[in-house]
Ligand binder design. Structure first.
Ligand code: CA
Length: 232
């Protein structure tokens, strides 16, 4: 899968090294040079993993972590700490860091820690081949194995619910009318051809994947038209 990793680090050489190593492995990488910038990116773009240096000008790593968790972000965070700085580590883990690496570190070590974090956070879907997995925030849709997860939690969908989700999520932002969805599902299951049938399935789908089905963040209603999957 092509996970997005956010690196929050003001030291160019360190950030560049990590960025290069991650890109070599096929990850999408964003770099923020300050805590403010990192927090902004993390809350608006929902990266899959965050590599966070503690020593940053202005808002430091502790502040970023605290505010990130307060804002409800559940993205795994790997903290970079200064050498022999035990206090940093303890406080960092208490604040919601998932792992830490002490500088100077080897890139190989860092890579294996990042991969472990992704596996831990996103389960076995993390190993699925790129392109066959659709991810949005912590929702993971494995098209090949027809599996859906929120974080580590497996979600069991009916065939119809999965197909609706698959069609919508394959083209985020594209609005599908109920009629269109019925057509797409026709070959799949003998559905009642009343368009209201779609509403019922979408409602069940939301009950399973949304935190609050009345305020969906994945499957959105486009009033008077139909449904669309949220854009990243
Ligand atoms: Ca730094």
């Amino acid at each position: 899968m092509s996970a997005t990793v956010l690196i929050v680090e003001d030291e160019h050489a360190v950030a560049r090294g990590i960025q290069y190593a991650l890109q070599q492995e096929g990850y999408t990488v964003a770099v923020a040079r300050s805590g403010e910038e990192g927090l902004e990116f993390a809350t608006s773009q929902a990266p899959d993993v965050i590599v966070l240096d503690l020593r940053l000008p202005g808002m430091d790593g502790f502040d970023v972590l605290r505010r990130l968790r307060a804002a409800g972000s559940k993205a795994p965070v790997l903290v970079l700490t200064a050498r022999d700085d035990e206090f940093d580590k303890v406080v960092g883990l208490e604040l919601g860091a998932d792992d830490y690496v002490t500088k100077p570190f080897s890139l190989r070590e860092l890579m294996s820690r990042i991969k472990a974090l992704i596996r831990r956070a996103y389960g076995d879907l993390a190993d699925a081949a790129g392109g066959r997995v659709i991810r949005h925030r912590d929702l993971v849709i494995d098209l090949e194995r027809r599996r859906v997860q929120r974080g580590n939690r497996r979600i069991s969908l009916t065939a119809t619910e999965f197909e609706i989700l698959r069609h919508l999520a394959s083209r985020p932002g594209r609005v599908f009318t109920r009629r269109e969805l019925l057509e797409l599902l026709r070959d799949y299951e003998a559905l009642d051809q009343d368009e209201k049938t779609i509403n019922v399935h979408v409602s069940h789908l939301r009950d399973k994947i949304e935190d609050d089905p009345s305020a969906p963040q994945f499957v959105l209603t486009v009033r008077g038209v139909g449904y669309a999957f949220a854009e990243r």
